[in-house]
Every structure is written in C-alpha cells, then in structure tokens.
Design a binder for this molecule. Structure first.
Ligand code: FEO
Length: 170
C-alpha cells in the first residue's frame, strides 16, 4: 500500500504522461500538415514513448497493490506558430514534466517511501535525456532557420529516429 499523497501524485502523473502523448500526437499531425514528415515521425515516436511512461507508472501502482485511476485527458492545441515555436513548447512542456516528477520525489522523500524513490530515479534520468534531445533540435533550428535546405536536411535526419521501449531496459 502506498501513502495517499504518493498514490494521488502518481495517478496525476499517469494523466500527465498520457496528456503528453496526446499533445505530441497533435504535434505530429501539425508537422505532417506542414509537409515536415521527419518532424511528424519524430513526434509520433515521442507519442509512443510517453505512452510507455504512463504505463510504467500504471504498472508500478499495480505492483504496489493499488488500483490506477484514469482521469479525463484535457484538450491539446492543434496549431503552433512555426517549427521552432512547436519545439520550444515541447522543451517547456518537458521542463514542466521534470518539475512534476521532482515534486513526487520530494513527497516520496518526506514520506520515507524508498521504493517509490527508486522507481522515480528512472524518470529523473529519462527527463535529462528528453530535455537534451529537444534542446539539440532547437539549437539546430536556430542555426539553420525555419526554411530552405537546412530544414529539409534536419527533417530527413529526424525521420531516422526509431522507437525503443526504454522502460524495458534496466
Ligand atoms: Fe514522459 Fe516526456 O516525459
């Protein structure tokens, strides 16, 4: 059994991860509509990753004998001002998710819940990777601008991303 504060925070986090998936799928749709199929592909993989994050928390609650509660998924935007704007919003969102996970860690420390602290460490490490890969794309976009040959090449590069379910790796 988990402490109620931890259980509530993890249930909220399941929703936040699945909302992230939904938002990245909306971004995939936006990029496809803009003719940027590599960006659309990258976002679809992001969508898959977020679903695995939600599922990792879901399975953790089951493992601890709790019932995960699935709350409504809020609406997501459908358009962004530019490619750079969409990627900057992605970074902002990932920073927000990092803050949410850090907050659950704070609660787990206060509650002396060592098992949850151990589970959260995976997410803390994952957030470092997530923020860094988005920052890299933003840096490239700032160098090459939003149009022309550069973005064509970057789009091609992003098309090569493959999905790996990192939650299955130790
Ligand atoms: Fe699951 Fe991108 O944080």
């Amino acid at each position: 059994m988990l402490k109620p504060r931890i259980l509530d925070a993890i249930n909220e986090q399941i929703n936040a991860e699945i909302w992230s998936a939904y938002m990245y799928l909306a971004m995939s749709s936006y990029f496809a509509d803009e003719g940027l199929n590599g960006f659309a592909h990258w976002m679809k993989i992001q969508w898959q990753e977020e679903l695995t994050h939600g599922l990792k928390f879901f399975d953790y609650l089951l493992e601890r004998g709790e019932q995960p509660i699935l709350k409504p998924i809020a609406e997501v935007p459908e358009k962004w001002d530019s490619t750079l704007h969409a990627m900057e919003e992605t970074l902002k969102h990932e920073e927000h998710v990092t803050a949410l996970i850090n907050n659950i860690m704070d609660i787990a420390i206060e509650e002396k819940d060592y098992a949850t602290q151990s589970e959260l460490q995976w997410f803390i490490d994952e957030q470092v990777e997530e923020e860094s890969s988005v920052q890299e794309i933003i840096d490239s976009l700032k160098l090459i601008g939003d149009r022309g040959h550069g973005i064509f090449m970057l789009d091609k590069e992003l098309k090569a991303r493959t999905f790996v379910d990192e939650t299955l790796e130790d």
